[in-house]
Design a protein around this ligand. Structure first.
Ligand SMILES: [Zn+2]
Length: 181
């Protein structure tokens, strides 16, 4: 059986029934128990399997009316992604691995071998694991994402900066699903 070389699943949800829980400019009218019930529709273990989870603020009027500067065009982002993929492929090829093995598809042994942070990164990873209550799966996902951030930086070493950024992409399960699902 062959797998596609890349497969992306993107999901989005509101923070509560009214949509304003955690919003700085609107008041949420939900009760704590209704917010809990709403969030519980997504189980903690399911969320744990997402590589990246981020909280997005509501879109401002200026943004929807096009009064802000346009973002980076997709064509530019594609160039950076392709460069990062090439960087990762070169690493795998040099190590005698299949170049088709992307960071997301590494086995636990490969993860251990190719996603080891440097000393400062390891220290931050340890602190995050112990204080933020990351699961073992969450820990591995942080390393995979940090590997990808380093690849985007064109950097072989996974340092503190890449680990910190990867940890910041796991804010939701800590913030809202702390007690598991
Ligand atoms: Zn609400």
């Amino acid at each position: 059986m062959t797998y596609p070389s890349s497969f992306v699943l993107v999901c989005a949800m509101n923070p509560c029934r009214c949509g304003y829980f955690g919003d700085a400019s609107h008041r949420c009218t939900c009760t704590p128990s209704s917010i809990r019930a709403y969030l519980d529709r997504i189980s903690g273990p399911l969320l744990d399997r997402m590589d990246i989870q981020i909280e997005l603020p509501a879109v401002s009027y200026n943004e929807i009316s096009g009064k802000t500067a346009p973002g980076e065009p997709s064509s530019e982002i594609r160039k950076r992604v392709n460069a990062a993929r090439a960087f990762a492929r070169a690493r795998m090829t040099a190590a005698g691995e299949s170049p088709e093995i992307t960071n997301a598809r590494m086995t636990p042994a490969q993860l251990h071998r190719y996603c080891q942070p440097d000393a400062a990164g390891s220290e931050l990873m340890r602190a995050a694991y112990e204080t933020l209550g990351l699961s073992a799966r969450g820990h591995d996902r942080v390393l995979r994402v940090a590997r990808t951030i380093a690849d985007l930086d064109g950097q072989e070493t996974i340092g503190e900066r890449q680990i910190a950024e990867a940890i910041s992409y796991r804010s939701l399960d800590r913030k809202y699903w702390r007690n598991g699902g």
